[in-house]
Design a protein around this ligand. Sequence first.
Ligand SMILES: [Zn+2]
Length: 622
Amino acid sequence: MERSGVVDASSSTHAVLHTLSLGAFDLGEGFWLQRQRLNRKRSLEHGLAMLETAGNLDNLRNAASGGATFRGPVFMDSDVYKWLEAAAWELGRAPDPQLGRRVDEVIAIVAAAQTPDGYINSHVQVTDPSARWADLAHGHELYCIGHLVQAGIAMSRATGDEALLRIAKRAVGCANTIFGDGRRVDVPGHPEIESALVELYRHTGDRTHLQLATFFLDHRGHGLIRTGRFYEPAYYQDRMPVRDSSTIEGHAVRAVYLLSGVVDVYLETGERALLAAAQRQWDDMVEHKQYITGALGSRAGSESFGDPYELPAATAYAETCAAIGSVFWNWRLLLATGESRYADQIEWTLFNAVLCGIGLDGTSFSYENPLSSRGERPRESWFSCACCPPNVMRLLASLPHYVATGDARGVQVHQFATGTLTHGDIGLGVHTGYPWSETVSMEVRGAPEHEWELSLRLPAWCREPAVALNGTAVEPGNRNGYATMTRRWASGDVVVLTLPMPAHCIAGHPFIESTRSSVAVVRGPIVYCIEACDQPHAGADMTLTIDPDAALQSVWRPDLLGGATEVIGAGRAHPNQWNGLYRRFDDLSREHRTIELTAVPYFLWGNRDRGSMNVWIPIEGA
Ligand SMILES: [Zn+2]
């Protein structure tokens, strides 16, 4: 049997696109391999050290030994599981005896913590074993099991080691004795297990897992969640039934994790009401509630979406996990519909809302991702609530999964990265300097005798994409935003996709306060920002404005932060004349200096000297 990656929609009845087997896309030297390698070499080791220091592993040890000390938030176990998932995908790609030993040790710690009936949650076991399933709204027991299931499946698929999956199945079995129709009717405060249960169904063929996932969706939004003092039902995604919802609201991570599960259940059952509800919420997100970076979540206090157009820049919450969850959700929507807008979202979110979550050292991480900073530290080595770092690790480790799909008809390329794609007899060598370079070259390295179709995403950000076959411009077909070419391909055929990416300025809707009279610089799929350290001639005490009509120049800088294209524009530096908050306008001097403004990719901000950073730049004279 062919092994799958994160999501196995290879035979999902209602999928329009089908996932490839594990390792079907192998990253080659380039942008993403650089990051995946750093993740393997630095982040994983750092992560394990932090799980030890922060007490995650001790909590599990204490659950096994009867120890009385528990450290950290109630969901500490989930960080261990996310780390295990990341390590699993890495081990599957290439063995590493040392990493393998550490993974075995951690799995042994998890195994020892599990009770004979399959229950596992170190917080409950250590602090009050009688409180099992007592606080479903805040306890995160099912949430943690969801992550355990995903890690167990990753180990099984990537390495063939079933030990963690056995633990996960026993934990699900334990939950199944409690919850379900005819048993306790209740739902968890933090979604996550829904998607995991669908994947367990795909992995094992056992329909009870799909039924339990559907059960949790069916009963959400009926007031079962006993909300705490601080939050409304919307925070827990419990304001209305899943199928009736039209607005994306509440805790952003909960929303996108839940919606991943909603589309997962649709992919297996074909229940249109689920897909329609997810698409309505997606529309609401992109039309009203998403940052230009793709980030989600405007309000820090409740980690939640705000009202329409409520998108503050400096206080943006924009949790890294919410961006990661958005990738998961959009991937499932892409599989369900085949529409390029979902793959566009994955690309934009990866570059601009996920990658900013990890520093170039591989050992510093951000939780919140503001679009403006006055020089605060952008990243930390870990957090007391450390959901984001291991989430970044598992996504980077499994990234090739999201590059392409395929079926008997052919292959569909969704993301552009250097590497090798293998699907049955089809072999494709992809070479590109993307996202800096405008061309993606694909060489057929193996082809079956019959016709097959090569589909390439045409990103919505690109106005004039061009396709050439063996050096000659061609007019391919277009389906759902993909250039499609069907022919009897021969080894050596070369397709070059050219995506012109002139830098340009983007304006925000006038209802968004933080973007008023400002523009952001964008080039291709990359959102830019200005950092103080790049404007030495502006002076430290200057306010900068940009001339949005001046030409923007793109300059490749191999020495800049691991290699990046910077964008240079024209602007002015105005002296800071403010001793208080407000002044008479006619007292302000019009004095200014004309300057060059240098913009760098937003995801790279905060990797040099600390200083101010802004995505939105005030317009000259506005
Ligand atoms: Zn997080």
